[in-house]
Design a protein around this ligand. Structure first.
Ligand code: ADP
Ligand code: MG
Length: 444
């Protein structure tokens, strides 16, 4: 009896990890419609079976989301099971209301709030501008244009603005949509002769937040429509917020008149997070998910996944999923096993490579780095090595210390902090570190 309920608990945990993963790859409104109430009735490495209320539900899930479900299971649990559906009318329709007593805006992901957004050097300006827009929409920066690589928090900030406005004034007409939605809705309005309704909806919003405008296709009537939507909203001082994976002038398909409009307000770039910000984000995400991560694991993840916040989240999901499956507590060993296959491209950077580079650049001997010598000409390059090793390899502090004459972990931590503090003030050192990092990565 106890075994059965234990197995059920484990299946529930596993499914929760899969849902977390799915949530990232499926739009919030679609997630609310299809997945909030979906539960497997069987869940093992070989088979995952769902019970659904009717064949329509089954076909739709299979066709539209089959791949998403499979890849979420693969990335959360490393399983490749057969997925099947059993139609059971008594399973009942999922309720339309998703949460009692709460206003849900289906297009918005409830987690993408300002409270859940960690601010670092990489996104400080974009964040401050978003706050200002949420405070005085239509007045502070209009339009606000956020751009940056994938997974750096553009959609999160965009929705953060929408959430903040709704929290302040629940009847604000917020229109959040992807650029693709805009185009699809427009095309469908033309086909169905409902252009009036389309315009009424888009041109009467208090704020229009359009995600990923780099998808705006050239030469089609959509750009024309977008242009007029923009003008109407702008002229009536409604807020416009846009995101893109690159700056307006770099979107090759964009008409000149749109490029120039996109630059009327504030254009802000978002960069990949630095180590400290990555650590803060991991801590925050782990807390949200009630996953306990020891400090060395947090540092390991921050060193391992360094360019994309979505991947940081994926790493946490993977570690948590792995721990549940293996019924182990999370430690460095487990984290390494869990992330084995999502390492950075190419072979990992080794401490020997760092030592080679640093000894050449600073003209010191390896034996000196490993000695007890404390003169500045030796201690400084040694500290550089430790700092680079901490950020670019997966070794623990203790292991790094081991490569430098058996120093303990506090020495490594101190060295790392010291070099980073110096680099903060000294642009030449900062550049040297960047060059060395690029050098080490280039060889991979
Ligand atoms: P983008 O739209 O730039 O591709 P997203 O906004 O979808 O990126 O962000 C990817 C994931 O990373 C989301 O789950 C988001 O919550 C998270 N994320 C991004 N930036 C931050 C941040 N500064 N603090 C906390 N979470 C973040
Ligand atoms: Mg996005």
């Amino acid at each position: 009896m106890q075994d059965t309920s234990h197995a059920a608990d484990r299946a529930r945990d596993c499914w929760a990890h899969v849902l977390t993963e799915l949530r990232k790859n499926v739009r919030a409104d679609q997630y609310a419609t299809w997945f909030v109430h979906l539960r497997p009735i069987e869940m093992s490495k070989d088979t995952v079976r769902f019970s659904v209320p009717n064949t329509f539900y089954r076909d739709w899930l299979q066709r539209k989301y089959g791949d998403a479900i499979e890849s979420a299971i693969a990335s959360a649990l490393n399983w490749q099971p057969r997925i099947s559906f059993t139609v059971d009318a008594s399973a009942g329709q999922p309720p339309v209301e998703t949460r009692r007593g709460e206003v849900e805006t289906p297009m918005l992901n409830p987690h993408y709030t300002f409270e859940n957004f960690i601010v670092g050097q990489c996104n400080r300006l974009a964040h401050a501008a978003s706050l200002a827009v949420a405070q005085s929409p239509g007045a502070a920066y209009n339009p606000l244009f956020l751009h940056g690589g994938a997974g750096l928090g553009k959609t999160h900030l965009l929705q953060g603005i929408c959430h903040a406005l709704l929290a302040k004034k629940p009847d604000t007409r917020v229109l959040f949509l992807s650029c693709e939605d805009f185009m699809n809705q427009f095309i469908s309005a033309i086909q169905h002769g409902s252009l009036e309704a389309f315009r009424a909806e888009h041109r009467n919003a208090d704020i229009i937040a359009i995600d990923d405008v780099h998808f705006l296709a050239r030469g089609e009537s959509t750009q024309e429509e977008f242009f007029h939507t923009f003008n109407t909203l702008y002229n009536s001082q409604k807020q416009i917020v846009l995101t893109s994976d690159r700056a307006p002038e770099d979107i090759a398909t964009l008409e000149e008149r749109l490029i120039s409009r996109f630059k009327w307000g504030l254009v802000s770039r978002m960069d990949p997070p630095d180590f400290e910000t990555r650590v803060a984000i991991i801590q925050h995400k782990a807390r949200l998910r009630e996953v306990r991560l020891p400090e060395d694991v947090i540092h390991f993840v921050a060193a391992h996944v360094d360019s994309n916040i979505r991947e940081l989240e994926g790493a946490i999901t993977k570690i948590a999923g792995f721990a549940t499956l293996a019924e182990r507590t999370v430690d460095l060993l487990l984290a390494r096993e869990a992330l084995e296959d999502i390492g950075p491209a190419g072979a990992p950077i080794t401490i020997e490579e760092i030592q080679n580079l640093v000894t050449r650049r600073y003209n010191v001997k390896l034996s000196d780095l490993q000695s007890k010598k404390k003169s500045k000409s030796i201690a400084f390059p040694r500290q550089i090595c430790m700092c680079l090793a901490r950020h670019l390899t997966n070794h623990s502090l203790e292991e790094i210390g081991g490569y430098f004459g058996g120093r303990d972990h506090t020495t490594v931590m101190y060295a790392d902090e010291k070099i980073r503090q110096l680099a903060d003030k000294d642009s030449e050192l900062r550049l040297t570190l960047q060059e060395m990092e690029a050098d080490l990565k280039k060889k991979k």
